[in-house]
Design a protein around this ligand. Structure first.
Ligand code: SF4
Ligand code: SF4
Length: 380
């Protein structure tokens, strides 16, 4: 069993515990592969399918520009919001009775990652609200705001998937969530609440099942964001919003923003975020397992971008390895990290968690050598 460790919280973060909304962006950006298929000033209804993504607003095509979408630079249509939210035709409300119905509707929204998880007959449905980073507040804020509706949906999903037991896994430090859930959980005898230690990687599938003492093979693991997506589809027959956490000690206030898919990150930062430090570092999807980027100018809101960290820049000097052994003692995949590093070898068992970098007193960037290019890997 892996020895999970607690990563101390950054005490200089000032978190806004309310959910912030930004549902009327000026523009959204839709990735395309063939620019010639689209004409300037053509009108697009909300929910129009464009190369497997759906427009989250209605408005005219204003041009095209390069953006970073799902970690890749691509060309995207710029759509100017007319703020009318015009929808041409709604998908008829579907009565979801079984797993096949559920899969069919998830396919319409390209949610293959959820379909893959519900593929086999399982005994447990585990919903995790245990964040893997102290800088990502999405799941805590989602559960805080929607716990009644989402618990009802989890209960409905048990019937749809023909599963007897759901487990809601929450960190033992999520005090408001625990209080809220306790107030309603008596209504749902088939949903159990389990409190997890506030350790890094506790929500990673393998470690989560070890912690819950259940078999991974018999378990469907979804997170509360997946449940929220299913809830939105059931309720509105659309899926065009998502949550973005922006935090760090170089900004005045850290927050979670519910916004439209395809919105420019720059537009969101201009509206909500005040940077307080002259010199800062930006990370996409975390400090340990994410990556540093020079700026966010071309990034757009997409499923792959869950949180942004903006922290005061720290000058860290890499030193010679002095063979302390900390890196291989901490590795949850039991990799001989130092050996891989010295031999300049990647290791397929590496999950890119970044713990080796975190514990290395010589500040050596071990993960970057052992994990390789995160674009090619299944992310945590
Ligand atoms: S990043 Fe890879 S090598 Fe480093 S601790 Fe995590 S799993 Fe081990
Ligand atoms: S943690 Fe750093 S200093 Fe210690 S053995 Fe590993 S690479 Fe060397």
């Amino acid at each position: 069993m892996a020895n999970l460790i607690k990563i101390p919280e950054n005490e200089n973060i000032n978190l806004d515990t309310m959910l912030n909304l930004y549902l009327d962006p000026l523009y959204i950006y839709m990735p395309i592969t063939k620019k010639d298929n689209y004409k300037l000033n053509n009108y697009l209804y909300k929910n129009t399918n464009i190369e497997n993504n759906k427009t989250s607003i209605s408005g005219k095509i204003n041009g095209a520009k390069k953006v970073i979408f799902n970690n890749k630079e691509v060309v995207a249509l710029e759509i100017k919001n007319d703020f009318k939210e015009n929808v041409k035709e709604r998908i008829n409300k579907i009565n979801i009775k079984n797993k096949e119905d559920l899969e069919n509707i998830l396919k319409l929204y390209n949610l293959t990652n959820i379909i893959d998880k519900i593929d086999n007959k399982k005994e447990y449905l585990v919903i995790t609200c245990a964040l893997d980073s102290s800088y990502n507040y999405n799941e805590v804020i989602i559960l805080n705001n929607y716990y009644r509706k989402l618990c009802k949906l989890i209960n409905d999903l048990l019937k749809i998937l023909n599963i007897n037991q759901a487990i809601l896994a929450i960190k033992n430090t999520s005090y408001t969530n625990i209080k809220n859930i306790k107030s309603i959980i008596g209504t749902y005898p088939n949903i159990q609440v389990k409190l997890l230690m506030d350790n890094y990687l506790v929500s990673y599938d393998k470690f989560l099942c070890q912690e819950l003492n259940i078999s991974l093979d018999k378990t469907i693991i979804l997170n509360i964001t997946d449940i929220y997506k299913i809830y939105t589809i059931f309720k509105t027959n659309m899926l065009n919003e998502t949550f973005l956490s922006i935090s760090g000690d170089a900004i005045q206030k850290s927050m979670v923003i519910k916004t439209k898919l395809g919105t420019s990150i720059k537009e969101i930062l201009d509206k909500f975020i005040t940077i307080t430090e002259p010199d800062y570092t930006i990370y996409i999807n975390g400090i340990l397992k994410g990556r540093e980027v020079p700026n966010l100018d071309d990034y757009i809101v997409c499923d792959d971008l869950k949180y942004i960290v903006i922290n005061k820049r720290q000058i860290i000097k890499e030193e010679e390895c002095f063979n302390c052994g900390a890196c291989y003692k901490v590795c949850p995949s039991n990799i001989n990290v130092l050996k891989c590093y010295l031999e300049n070898k990647k290791n397929n068992k590496c999950i890119g968690c970044g713990l080796c970098n975190y514990v290395c007193p010589a500040n050596i960037k071990l993960k970057e050598k052992i994990y390789g290019d995160i674009d090619e890997k299944k992310k945590l």
